[in-house]
Design a protein around this ligand. Structure first.
Ligand code: F6R
Length: 240
């Protein structure tokens, strides 16, 4: 694992975005694995800046998102499709038809993992961007998820629902299920970039890096990946 610790978050996001920008400059048809939540937002701002100043083009890039809530329509403001369009895609020259996100539409949810896995099997993700949950989840692979799963439907941990309640008016509105790429799908990426900031992430970060590899701390499996870059600030790195 390559650990990068920064004094200033702005620098952290610039450096993490640099990995993506360099990749897309070298490989205009790059396949990116993307995440939602607070952690990647600073990176997305840097990607938008770089595109707007004509340093990089996303015209031929394909993206796969990690996850989506079950039961929110894609146009719900808190769906991950809405999040991605709002925070990134609408500001780039990427073609929306090349941006894939699992569908959380509950009517077809039982077929969705197979559909998404079939799509993914036509590509290899060059770089997968990740955040980490306070419980050590990656994607929505909650503690106890076997390491060898591909895309699947999960019941969200109560801690994940509480952590994400900040995006909703009430805890009751946070969906109870999600669909997520599995840990095996994540480990298939050629390169992984994980971002964690803030003291709330410190214990999960320590367990991911220093702890035993254990399904109860899903991110610990990243110790087995040959090309991982972890971007931390002093708060999230404080227990290392
Ligand atoms: C989001 C995702 C989650 C988040 C994690 C951290 O697509 O897969 O694993 O990365 O819950 O969330 P934030 O960044 O909001 O602290």
């Amino acid at each position: 694992m390559n650990i990068h610790i920064f004094d200033h978050e702005e620098q952290l996001y610039k450096e993490a975005a640099r990995r993506i920008i360099d990749l897309v400059q070298d490989r205009p048809k790059a396949v990116l694995g993307l995440a939602t939540g607070s952690s990647p937002l600073g990176v997305y701002k840097e990607l938008i800046k770089s595109y707007q100043s004509h340093h990089v083009s996303f015209e031929h890039v394909t993206t796969f998102n990690l996850d989506e809530y079950v039961g929110l329509s894609s146009d719900h403001p808190q769906s991950y499709r809405s999040f991605m369009n709002r925070e990134l895609f609408n500001h780039l020259n990427i073609h929306l038809k090349n941006t894939f996100i699992p569908s959380g539409d509950s009517i077809n949810i039982h077929n969705e993992p197979d559909r998404y896995n079939a799509l993914l099997s036509n590509y290899q993700i060059d770089l997968q961007l990740l955040g980490i949950g306070t419980n050590g989840h990656i994607g929505f692979n909650e503690p106890g998820t076997p390491f060898d799963l591909l895309t699947h439907v999960v019941t969200l941990d109560s801690r994940t629902r509480t952590d994400n309640a900040r995006f909703f008016h009430h805890l009751d509105q946070v969906p109870t299920q999600a669909i997520t790429m599995g840990i095996q799908s994540i480990m298939n990426a050629k390169e992984i970039v994980l971002i964690a900031t803030g003291e709330k992430k410190a214990s999960a970060v320590k367990a991911m890096i220093r702890g035993p590899i254990d399904p109860m701390l899903p991110a610990s499996i990243l110790q087995n990946h040959p090309n991982v870059h972890i971007y931390l600030n002093h708060q999230s790195a404080k227990d290392l």
